[in-house]
Design a protein around this ligand. Structure first.
Ligand SMILES: Cc1ncc(COP(=O)(O)O)c(C=O)c1O
Length: 457
């Protein structure tokens, strides 16, 4: 381990004793001491007390500039006034009925105006809507197989838990990756129906269609891979997928759980100019409350209307989440706010690039909409296997170093990226850049020392 990483870890432990205690308590009753595996990391996760705007505080009273934002689900920032006011109004008039109400039409209309879909159904999480999207595609085409990309994350249902973070040698040849279960409990029959291709490689998609004629219902992907830091689709890749899907009478599903709200006003279809058949939305559309939706053509949704596909859910369109969602679409995800966020994103990426160049750190900065990441690679990654080559200790050195300087630069894990919320300010970005300027020289030094050791061997 790099000596400077050890120093940062020691500082982290010194700054967060109450989090350590709280984690110890949780461990007695909750596996890994956390409610979602993604929240567990060594030596212990930070336990949060409260947040507002672009900052949060932990149990020990440390203040953090927040670019984690609940794994990118808070483009609104914490407690956005418009969202809070809408939620507060609803809290005293009934929080669940399991019956229709008039906000449903309003929010469905907002979504259909903004994204290339004709009808929507609502849910509560990204997992739910990608699960329903896959089922809709299967029902519409009468086929069972889907194509998914190695390294993509679409939530926790069986079909999504295939080749999320597979390893060699299980993952096979990059030109025809093997379907690898993402843990125990994923049925073998699922693996037969989830075919894996390589992101940014159309040949690997064409191969799947050639091998399985008339059997593939859909191609599902995140238009930007955000489960490997941030990996952009190369020019022509999304267009190529659109063509392959159309030629083979399969549907194209964009998992826009992250990109839908954060790339810009119209999500990935507007950003890239490619229209999928089904769009999955979640995370930032709820402004801080659980809300998700999938939208598609009327002809696909007719399967629900005709009672051929079943979709339901006790919590669907609960008035609190819907009020938050409406306020989010109308007051948070506005064209003006995207201009604000893009301005801050540019300031942050320019700042990072200058520091990377000055410090001699080997890495690059990638950015799209409200998202960006420091990618510790010599050249731009194209797919999951490129991502695997990251120097994990160097990344941890970056993350803990930033956290110790009061900046949660992104969620913990080197497969994530930062988010800028509509409540971030120029001052916040100055704070972020100053923290990075402070830590970058020791990152560059550690990297150079490691390279010297590797060269000597
Ligand atoms: C692209 C993508 N799809 C789906 C999901 C699953 O969403 P949820 O955690 O709300 O179930 C996530 C969550 O990180 C995601 O990033």
């Amino acid at each position: 381990m790099y000596p400077d990483l050890q120093k940062e870890l020691d500082t982290f432990v010194r700054r967060t004793p109450k989090s350590a205690d709280a984690h110890k308590k949780n461990l007695k009753r909750i596996p890994l001491g956390v409610a979602s595996n993604y929240r567990a990391y060594d030596p212990h996760p930070i336990f949060v007390k409260e947040g507002s705007g672009s900052h949060f505080r932990d149990l020990d009273g440390n203040d953090y500039l927040d670019h984690n934002l609940c794994f990118g689900a808070l483009m609104a920032g914490h407690c956005h006034p418009a969202v809070m006011s809408a939620v507060e109004k609803r809290l005293s008039t009934g929080t669940m009925f399991g019956m229709p109400h008039d906000m449903e039409w309003e929010l469905a209309e907002e979504i259909c105006q903004r994204f290339p879909v004709e009808m929507v159904r609502f849910g509560n999480s990204g997992t739910e809507v990608t699960m329903h999207a896959v089922r809709m595609a299967r029902a519409f085409t009468g086929r069972d197989k889907i194509v998914k990309f190695e390294g993509t994350y679409h939530g926790l249902h069986d079909n999504a838990l295939v080749s999320v973070k597979p390893h060699a040698p299980d993952f096979g040849d990059i030109n025809a990756p093997t379907s690898v279960p993402g843990g125990l409990g994923v049925p073998k029959s699922t693996l037969e129906n989830v075919l894996i291709s390589t992101f940014n490689d159309l040949k690997t998609v064409e191969l799947r269609f050639k091998e399985n004629p008339g059997q593939i219902a859909a191609i599902i992907l995140e238009p930007i891979l955000m489960n490997v830091g941030l990996c952009m689709p190369e020019p022509g890749f999304l267009e190529g997928l659109r063509d392959i899907a159309t030629k083979n009478d399969a549907l194209l599903i964009f998992d826009e759980v992250k990109t839908g709200a954060k790339l810009g006003w119209g999500g990935a279809s507007e950003y890239f100019g490619v229209n999928p058949d089904i769009i999955c939305l979640a995370k930032s559309i709820g402004g801080g409350l659980p809300l998700a939706a999938f939208g598609t053509h009327r002809s696909v949704m007719d399967l629900i209307s005709q009672h051929k596909v079943f979709h339901g859910g006790t919590y669907n369109t609960n008035p609190v989440s819907m009020a938050a969602g409406l306020a989010t679409f109308r007051s948070v995800l506005t064209r003006e706010n995207y201009v604000h966020v893009e301005k801050l994103e540019k300031k942050l990426t320019d700042g990072y690039r200058q520091i990377v160049a000055k410090s001699g750190l080997q890495g690059y900065i990638i950015s799209a909409g409200a998202n960006g990441a420091l990618m510790l690679y010599p050249s731009e990654i194209r797919n999951y296997r490129d991502w695997l080559t990251v120097d994990i200790d160097l990344w941890r050195h970056y993350w803990f170093g930033m956290v110790n300087r009061g900046v949660m630069a992104q969620p913990y894990w080197w497969d994530e990226q930062w988010t800028i919320s509509v409540q971030h300010t120029e001052r916040d970005i100055d704070q972020h850049i100053a923290a990075f300027a402070d830590i970058a020289p020791s990152l560059a030094k550690a990297q150079q020392e490691r390279s010297a050791v590797v060269a000597a061997h």
